[in-house]
Design a protein around this ligand. Structure first.
Ligand code: PGA
Length: 251
């Protein structure tokens, strides 16, 4: 039985005030949830979040990292600093970074290696555009991103990764993949992991769904056999909504 994970992707949103407001509502619900809960704020909020989540069971994630440990990379963040701020998870290869910052599969893979070397769990995001879905190339696109993201990792290092399937057409659009559509994609992703890393790793591998997850659709999505949690954007900024998502009972 795979544990469920709900991760908040605050993107370029949030504030010290939102951390306080969110935890006021979320922390009392932590004893009722069976999910692991992760909040990924902008990096400048990591220090505030670290202090605020102490003893709550809520874990800290980042939204990006550089593959190098230090050096002349203005504006970037080293994995060593993320560790200092208690980061245990890191979103990698989000479609917004692939699109707006032209991150390549190679760069994404090197970031994953750096994270694993430092004991941070990468949440590798993969997902197709609307054009790719309409033209029937979505399966190939997603599996290629998966293979390229994990390429060169040892089988044991593949075990240390989490994947988030996030169809680009569902991100921030209010259009969610149906539970069946998402479950199908998760099934082929798991099958590919089985061929890369073996059955035992594939069976235990966490695959999250992301793309307009909200209070209404969480239960139907997360009750699907292959969906092991959610990466939540917009709804993770609304204290009551995110708390309800975390507190949802799954079948
Ligand atoms: P959304 O974003 O929930 O606002 O669609 C999800 C994501 O981009 O991770």
């Amino acid at each position: 039985m795979r544990a469920k994970l709900v991760a908040a992707n605050w993107k370029m949103n949030g504030s010290v005030y939102l951390i306080e407001k969110m935890l006021d509502v979320l922390v009392p619900c932590m004893s009722n949830t069976t999910c692991k809960v992760v909040i990924c704020p902008p990096n400048v909020l990591l220090s505030s979040l670290k202090n605020a989540v102490e003893g709550t069971g809520i874990e800290i994630g980042a939204q990006n990292v550089h593959s190098e440990l230090s050096g002349a990379y203005t504006g970037e963040t080293s994995v060593k600093l993320l560790k200092e701020f208690g980061v245990k998870w890191c979103i990698i290869g989000h479609s917004e970074r692939r699109i707006h910052f032209e991150e390549s599969d190679d760069f994404i893979r090197s970031k994953i290696e750096t994270l694993i070397d430092h004991g941070i769990i990468p949440i590798l995001c993969i997902g197709e555009s609307l054009e790719q879905r309409d033209s029937g190339t979505h399966e190939k696109t997603v599996l290629t991103q998966l293979r390229n993201g994990l390429a060169g990792l040892s089988i044991e290092d593949q075990r240390r990764c989490v994947v988030a399937y996030e169809p680009i057409w569902a991100i921030g659009t209010g259009k969610t993949a149906s539970p069946e559509q998402a479950n199908f994609m998760h099934t082929i992703i798991r099958k590919e992991i089985k061929s890369l890393a073996g059955k035992e790793i594939a069976d235990n591998f966490q695959i999250l769904y992301g793309g307009s997850v909200n209070v209404e659709n969480t239960k139907s999505l997360l009750s699907m056999s292959e969906i092991d949690g959610a990466l939540v954007g917009g709804a993770s900024l609304i204290t009551d909504d995110f708390t309800q998502i975390v507190a949802t009972e799954f079948n």
